[in-house]
Every structure is written in structure tokens, then in C-alpha cells.
Design a protein around this ligand. Structure first.
Ligand code: BG6
Ligand code: MG
Length: 220
């Protein structure tokens, strides 16, 4: 029986995944590094510095550690500029009705995000009190696909892993959820992941009944 749902933030709750892409693309263009939307899919769910390393795989030259840190900070500056325009209108389709329905059924709700910007994002979209627990990039040492972020959220909620459903849009996040011993609903890009427990194009295209019907014996 599912007693808690742990949501990824960027690309699941709010459309900030597009802002991450635009900010990385701006840095890549400035550096003359080829970077496409397709390349960007591998950056979903992974930390800022790991995202940078993936982007630099196509760079023609090597960068020093200090150069890399400066580049990651530059990307975050561009990203934060884009976040200034973030409003509740950026909440993704289906999110609010699903949260409302889950809450009415007594299901606990959490965020499990790799982002260090989760706090300001939740505030900007008016959802700073919508979740019982928020575990984000400021609380973890290992980024997805490591299970740390979801394991911590489960412990904070007081719900065993097999009774927590993870919702993810990133392959790395699907792997993190499964590694934590949790069933995973994969949405968007991650819906192509072969090991996802459940799949949907978005939260607008799955019912809460379908989410909660998942057979937890498969993963616990
Ligand atoms: C994840 C995003 O939620 O957060 C990644 O999917 C991003 O694309 C990561 O790199 C870290 O985000 P931030 O806000 O700490 O740079
Ligand atoms: Mg995501």
C-alpha cells in the first residue's frame, strides 16, 4: 500500500527544466561548445557540477577546476535570472489536482530534488507549504542516481521505502527511486525508461487511483 508520494521538482512539479536548458545553452554558446536539447536530457536530475561535466564532454579544450566552478556559477546566475519570472502559472498540468486528491486520501507528500534552488522555486510558485517534507540539493552529498535524496525523504516522512511512490522525469531519478527500494512513476522523457514501475506522459494523464494501485511487492 502506498502511504507517501515523493515528487521530483524540476520537470515534474514545475517547468524549470526548460530554464535549466536555456541557462546551460547560453553558457555552452558563449564557450563554443555544441549543446542540443537532446544532449540536455542527460542533465536531468543530476547535480549542477555533474551537469557541467556532461556538457563539457563536447568541449574542444580542457578547463581548470576553478574555471569549471566559475562556469557553473555563471550558469546558476543565468538560471536565477530566468527564475525571477517564475509564477504559479509555471506549475505543470495535473499537479494541483493530483496533490489535492492525494492529500484528501491522507497520503503524505514530499519533494526529493537535486536542486539547491528548490526553496526559492517552491516559494515563487506558492507551494512552500504544500509538502510535508522537502529534501533538496542542500541536504544531500550524492546526487541521483544515488538513492540518498529519496531515502532521506522516506525517513523524514516516517514511511518505509516500499510504501513511498517516487514521481520522476529523469532517467537518473528513476534509477535513484528504484535503488531506494521505491516504486517509480516515470513521466515525460523518463517514461521511456524500461524499469519504471508506472509510466505516464504527465501527471495530467494518470489518475490517483492508478498511482496508488501500484504493486509494492515488486520493489520491496
Ligand atoms: C535537478 C535538475 O532538479 O537539479 C538538474 O533536473 C539540475 O537539471 C539539478 O542540474 C541541480 O539544480 P541546481 O538548481 O542546484 O543547479
Ligand atoms: Mg526532474
Amino acid at each position: 500500500m502506498i502511504r507517501a508520494v515523493i515528487f521530483d521538482l524540476d520537470g515534474v512539479i514545475v517547468s524549470t527544466d526548460e530554464f535549466h536548458f536555456r541557462a546551460w545553452k547560453r553558457v555552452a554558446d558563449e564557450e563554443g561548445i555544441p549543446f542540443t536539447r537532446q544532449n540536455n536530457e542527460r542533465l536531468r536530475g543530476v547535480s549542477r557540477m555533474e551537469s557541467l561535466e556532461i556538457m563539457l564532454e563536447r568541449a574542444a579544450r580542457k578547463y581548470s577546476q576553478a574555471g569549471k566552478v566559475a562556469m557553473a556559477e555563471r550558469k546558476n546566475g543565468y538560471y536565477r535570472e530566468l527564475l525571477k519570472d517564475l509564477t504559479p502559472a509555471d506549475i505543470l498540468p495535473g499537479v494541483l489536482p493530483v496533490l489535492d486528491d492525494l492529500r484528501k486520501r491522507g497520503i503524505k507528500l514530499a519533494i526529493g530534488s537535486s536542486s539547491k534552488n528548490a526553496g526559492p522555486i517552491l516559494k515563487a510558485i506558492g507551494m512552500e507549504t504544500a509538502f510535508d517534507v522537502v529534501v533538496d540539493g542542500t541536504h544531500i552529498t550524492q546526487s541521483k542516481p544515488d538513492p540518498e535524496v529519496f531515502a532521506k525523504a522516506g525517513v523524514s516522512l516516517g514511511v518505509p521505502p516500499g510504501q513511498c511512490l517516487v514521481v520522476e522525469d529523469a532517467d537518473a531519478g528513476v534509477e535513484a527511486g528504484l535503488a531506494a527500494g521505491m516504486p517509480v512513476l516515470a513521466v515525460g522523457f523518463a517514461a521511456a525508461h524500461p524499469n519504471a514501475t508506472l509510466k505516464a506522459r504527465s501527471l495530467a494523464e494518470i489518475t490517483v487511483e492508478e498511482m496508488l494501485r501500484v504493486d509494492t511487492r515488486e520493489v520491496s
